[in-house]
Design a protein around this ligand. Structure first.
Ligand code: ATP
Ligand code: MG
Ligand code: MG
Length: 383
């Protein structure tokens, strides 16, 4: 590989770190904009990283000046500076895409305009507790109150169970720009990683995701008790959703599979995604390989995105103790088919993503049997 192009990435968390793992194998230099010693910088020794915040315009500009392509591992970035530098450097995906997606309400309106089914939503900015009661009258209870911006791992969501919850909801989220979503009474959640290239839109297989306390806990590839037809429809819906946006790279599409088998898009991530970690071990190309290749216009053979072997991914979340993630990783060392990823985040905080484990096996049943003791261990730690 003689690619001398430099990739700049806004954000140096675990997704940036795994992107660098893929880039390192191709001798591609990745310049990271984030705090010193962030997870991504720890595994990349060169002098072109930028120390600062991906929300800071001057820092984004500085990063762009020394890169051929700028991409993101988080959507909560300064898209105005990305717009400004897009004349001089490739920004993938497009700043327009990032600006629409980083506002979850704008994202949903955009998807609706492009014929993609999403949960019905209502703007609540400036409406206060009274607005919540009005939504309750129209949507019924429960409904989901969401922050339009800066949301991740459920931090920004509040389940409004009845009229009496309005004040608690405003107390939790009242200082943020809000919207409400009709409750999706789903049978399960599915996700698809989509790859947008210069030539078209490709997909990885459909997976099942299990969330606990609004944080992704497990991913099953393939999904359990889902027909081929439904899994295929999920891929088509994900393709349609991402086809509506400008720019190249991988995108995560989270979906609800309702009890009548209808699919709704929950939300989109314009970057590698937790539900795609399994691709590192289970597919010939990982979501990180695919992202790099897509933004650099390198070949992506479609068969490289297939599931080679069933896989289950378990997130290692921070627990009550600062080293609980280390205990989980140590336990996983005993498991022959478990690939362990720790992110180098230092001390754990409850609910923080500290690492993940992927077990692959010839059948999903075997993978389930192998990972079950680890799931039990994680549940016991949580108490
Ligand atoms: P992420 O870390 O994936 O970015 P987030 O903070 O943006 O998460 P959402 O994806 O909006 O949060 O919601 C988190 C979870 O909450 C969903 O995966 C789902 O389990 C539940 N949820 C969200 N919206 C609804 C809804 N309208 N009805 C029912 N459950 C919902
Ligand atoms: Mg989100
Ligand atoms: Mg989500």
């Amino acid at each position: 590989m003689t690619d001398s192009r430099k990739v700049g990435v806004l954000g140096g968390g675990q997704l940036g770190r795994m992107l660098i793992e893929a880039a390192n194998r191709l001798n591609i230099q990745v310049n990271v904009l984030d705090a010193a010693a962030s997870p991504a910088k720890q595994i990349s020794a060169h002098d072109d990283h930028i120390e600062g915040s991906f929300k800071d315009a001057a820092a984004v500009k500085k990063l762009a000046q020394n890169c051929d392509v700028v991409t993101v591992e988080i959507e909560h970035v300064d898209t105005h500076m990305l717009e400004e530098v897009s004349g001089e450097v490739h920004v993938e995906p497009s700043w327009k895409t990032l600006r629409t997606i980083k506002d979850k309400f704008a994202q949903k309106e955009y998807l609706k305009e492009h014929g993609v089914d999403v949960a019905e939503s209502v703007d609540l900015e400036g409406k206060g507790a009274e607005g919540l009661r009005e939504v309750g009258n129209t949507f019924g209870y429960p409904f989901m109150l969401k922050s339009k911006t800066e949301a991740y791992d459920g931090r920004g969501n509040f389940v409004v169970k009845d009229e009496g919850d309005a004040d608690a909801a405003m107390k939790a989220l009242g200082n943020r720009p809000l919207y409400a979503e009709r409750w999706a009474d789903f049978r399960m959640e599915l996700a698809v990683m989509v790859v947008k290239t210069k030539d078209g839109v490709l997909t990885f297989p459909t997976v099942e995701t299990i969330h606990e306390d609004s944080i992704c806990k497990l991913t099953y590839a393939p999904p359990r008790n889902v027909s081929k037809e439904t899994a295929g429809r999920a891929r088509e819906l994900a393709k349609k959703a991402i086809g509506a946006f400008e720019g190249k790279g991988v995108f995560g599409v989270e979906m609800f599979l309702l009890k009548d088998d209808t699919l709704l898009v929950n939300e989109i991530a314009p970057r590698p995604h937790n539900s795609g970690h399994y691709t590192i071990e289970a597919c010939p190309l990982s979501q990180y390989d695919a992202h790099l290749r897509a933004i650099l216009d390198l070949p992506i053979p479609e068969a490289g995105l297939r599931l080679r072997e069933p896989a289950i991914m378990l997130n290692i979340l921070g627990g009550q103790k600062t080293d609980s993630h280390v205990q989980v990783a140590n336990k996983a060392l005993e498991s022959p088919n478990a690939s362990i990823h720790l992110y180098g985040k230092g001390d754990a905080r409850p609910g923080r993503k500290m690492g993940h484990i992927t077990v692959t096996a010839p059948t999903l049943g075997e993978a389930e049997r192998e990972i079950q003791p680890l799931i039990d261990f994680v549940d016991d730690l949580k108490g």
